[in-house]
Design a protein around this ligand. Structure first.
Ligand code: T1G
Ligand code: NAD
Length: 706
């Protein structure tokens, strides 16, 4: 690391009496050690050079600065520290201007706040998203931002982590000048010259006075503290952010900075930071499959959706929201009308909430077309089938698609469990068939399992990933097996939960333990939401091939036999009085559970919440290891992304495989071996787990990009 000289990632150029400092560190100009050193050296050079009257800081490429280099977290810190770089920028004796285009996030915005003046182009995005990584702004952001925009606005930015548009940032006072479209450097130079011509002074943000009315500021902070305590559900850093901003009101600037540093380091050390940073990189890695690296996607301009039920309608909305025209096929006119109504209902809801205009609704629905004739799909580029979960029904649909769709059209199925290889083999173009497994509600849930059958062409897989990007979904590549990645693993930890229920734990205790672990809901609330009939159909389908030696808990069957499928029937494991969305425990379910224990000859015992979670997670991790070993999931991170984006796994724990590494694989294996004493068939340790423990390795070691 050079001392004074410019380096490869921070360029310097003299533009008249302005020193132009350009950060060039692709892909997002992250503030790695070299960038920090280069920035520091540039400011020192500017101060020492009488020919320099002002400094302009800009970013090259599509980003101003994407923040601190996230890859450095958890590693030994490298000098100079970013807070020191920001303080040095602020202390420059010449006016420093930041010209912002594209994202200025986290440490990137903190660099801009340390500058004396800020200009932004209309497409700029400004934010302090550190909370999404389990952190807080650690380079002066918690002290400078409130001084510029007040405590309430600063807290809203830091607690939401959202990216503000340039116009809003200007209105807030975060930036001084809104430039028109064009070259950020030219806009920045023009602004700097204007400031020099006006004799504009060095203006340190630490001296800004938006916090003067201490009582009002403290009241705003107190309100945010109460709200955050309610909302942050086990998250570590949000309340630290509130504490730091209180310091900005109560303490002199440098003491506030010291408080910020202490709180930042506490967040850096928290396991939540490790989990959230893992999730950040995992979802980006999961979006890269071997096929996306090797093949170009086919064009996607027109979408077909077969089936307008729960999933078909949600998928259609997801495509319409992405600006695509959709043609929906249904069995008959009545079903088609129902399909259209299911789609339009979503937009009607947005209009009712004032989040969409009637005109916009009409414009979107104008891109929806419906028919009962498959010929309407003749020019579709990609068709997604979402009809009944029945192989014969699906094969009939695919036969129609094979007949009418143009050559090169991608034919996808949204099946939850069925054998996609068999479905592909049923038509003349198996190479064009792929699984696109959306999650309900399909227009909301981020996860998209891209299920890759044996015969599929690589560019079809690449097309599926391209569609995921267009629909703003989080894709995960999955192999073909019963339930792919998510539902296969779900079936196993659900069995573990059912066994605990029959052995003495109430379904309500299990649900609470799972919620306290960080899931939005437990397995029995989830079953009631999705509908117990779906699981029942799966159990019936699997009955002929179920291992007769395997323990089979029949409690769920007893509820389904009574038609207690959950919310849609007003009762399941919980009672939903008067169509309520939140259920209440049902003493009749307790009675059914007791009766089943007696029938099964089980003497119930008590479970601690901790033991419930150890068994629940051990089952999830163990099956996750099998799924990775069989290459159904390419890497453990693909299992993590699946559960974080599709099954409510608490993001701050990173996912089940990351969680296993946090706990330690030897502990997980020891738990499984202990549980196996009761049920050796169910609790067979996955060979991959045993191998990793023997090698002293962890799941992270298998996440290296292929
Ligand atoms: N550090 C390291 N790598 C980063 C990065 C970062 N800050 N941001 C992005 N990347 C990588 C990413 O992994 C991917 O790599 C590539 O860049 C493109 O990213 C002290 C502590 C900037 C809006 O939280 O939100 O500052 O997969 O696919 O969709 O207070 O990236 O190609 O190998 O996401 O155009 C705060 C995080 C850090 C912003 C661009 N900053 N980044 O989105 O591209 S903490 C953030 C983003 C901090 C200070 C604190 C987005 C983006 P690869 P991408 P994109
Ligand atoms: P649904 O019963 O709500 O809708 C199915 C629709 O398909 C009905 O409207 C029906 O009229 C239509 N249909 C049936 N046969 C047809 C044919 N030959 N041609 C045209 N339309 C036909 O079912 P759903 O919950 O939307 O499930 C659809 C598929 O999605 C299933 O394979 C299911 O396993 C899968 N899936 C469901 C969920 C979920 O949570 N519901 C989640 C992921 C995947």
């Amino acid at each position: 690391m050079s001392s004074g000289a410019p380096n490869a990632v921070v360029r310097r150029a003299q533009r008249g009496d302005i020193l132009l400092v350009t950060i060039d560190n692709p892909p997002v100009n992250a503030l790695g050690a070299d960038v920090r050193a280069g920035l520091l050296a540039a400011i020192e050079a500017a101060d020492a050079d009488p020919a320099v009257a002002a400094v302009l800081i800009a970013g090259s490429g599509r980003t101003f600065i994407g923040g601190a280099d996230i890859r450095e977290f958890g590693k030994p810190p490298l000098p100079p520290a970013l807070p020191d770089v920001c303080n040095r920028i602020e202390a420059c004796t010449k006016p420093v201007v930041a010209a912002i285009h594209g994202p200025a996030l986290g440490g990137g915005l903190e660099v801009a706040l340390a500058a004396h003046y800020r200009i932004a182009l209309p497409a700029a995005k400004l934010g302090l998203p550190e909370v999404q990584l389990g952190l807080l702004p650690g380079a002066g952001g918690t002290q400078r931002t409130p001084r510029l925009v007040g405590a309430a606005a600063a807290l809203e930015m830091m607690l939401s982590g959202r990216h503000l548009g340039a116009a809003e940032a200007h209105k807030l006072g975060l930036i001084d000048r809104l430039a028109s479209e064009g070259d950020p450097i030219e806009a920045g130079l023009a602004y700097a010259r204007e400031l020099l011509a006006q004799g504009a002074p060095v203006r340190r943000t630490r001296d800004a006075n938006a916090l003067q009315d201490r009582a009002a500021q403290t009241a705003a902070i107190e309100a945010a503290r109460l709200e955050t305590a309610k909302k942050s559900r086990g998250l570590f850093s949000p309340l630290k952010i509130v504490e730091a901003v209180q310091g900005a009101v109560d303490l002199p600037f440098d003491e506030g900075l010291a408080l910020e540093r202490k709180l930042f380091l506490a967040c850096l050390d928290s396991p939540q930071r490790a989990g959230l940073v893992h999730a950040f990189f995992a979802e980006r890695e999961a979006a890269k499959s071997p096929e996306t690296q090797s093949s170009q996607p086919r064009p996607i301009a027109r979408i077909g959706v077969v089936g307008g039920g729960t999933m078909g309608a949600g998928i259609a909305v997801s495509c319409l929201d992405a600006g695509l025209p959709v043609t929906m096929i249904e069995r008959d006119d009545e079903a088609l009308a129902r399909g259209r109504a299911n789609v339009d209902k979503v937009y009607a809801g947005l209009v009712a909430k004032g989040r969409m205009t009637e005109d916009a609704r009409a414009a979107v629905m104008a891109r929806w077309n419906g028919s009962t004739a498959y010929d309407a799909l003749a020019d579709a580029d990609l068709v997604i089938e979402a009809v009944f979960e029945d192989m014969d029904v699906k094969k009939a649909v695919f036969a129609q698609l094979d007949r009418v769709c143009k050559p090169g059209a991608v034919l996808a199925t949204n099946t939850s469990y069925l054998d996609i290889d068999a479905l592909a083999a049923s038509i003349a173009r198996p190479q064009d068939v792929i699984g696109l497994h959306f999650f309900s509600p399909a227009n909301i849930m981020k996860l998209l399992e891209i299920v890759v059958p044996a015969e599929v062409a690589p560019d079809v897989v690449a097309t599926a990933f391209a569609l995921a990007k267009k629909l703003r979904k989080t894709p995960v590549r999955a192999g073909v097996c019963d339930g792919f990645i998510g539902n296969r693993i779900l079936a196993v930890y659900r069995q573990a939960a059912d066994a605990m229920m029959e052995d003495g734990a109430s379904p309500y205790q299990i649900d609470k333990a799972v919620r306290d672990f960080g899931f939005p809901m437990g397995p029995y609330q989830m079953s009631d939401l999705a509908g117990g009939d779906i699981g029942w159909a799966t159990r019936k389908r699997r009955a002929p091939t179920r291992d007769p030696r395997a323990r089979y808990v029949q409690i769920a069957d007893r509820l389904c036999e009574r038609g207690w499928f959950g919310q849609k029937t007003g009762r399941g494991y919980y009672l939903y009085e008067g169509g309520a969305r939140t259920g209440t425990p049902d003493p009749e379910v307790d009675a059914i559970v007791d009766a089943e224990r007696e029938r099964a000859g089980v003497t119930p015992r008590s479970f601690t919440d901790e033991e419930i979670m150890r068994r629940y997670m051990a089952a999830m991790i163990n099956e996750g290891a099998r799924v990775v070993a069989e290459k159904i999931a390419l890497r453990p991170l693909d299992v993590d992304v699946t559960f974080v984006h599709g099954y409510g796994f608490p993001r701050y724990r990173g996912g089940p495989m990351k969680y296993a590494d946090t706990v330690g694989l030897p502990q997980v294996l020891a738990d499984i071996r202990a549980f196996a004493k009761e049920d050796p068939l169910f609790w067979q340790p996955a060979p991959l787990l045993v191998e990793l423990v023997e090698r002293g390795a962890d799941f992270a070691s298998l996440n290296q990009t292929k």
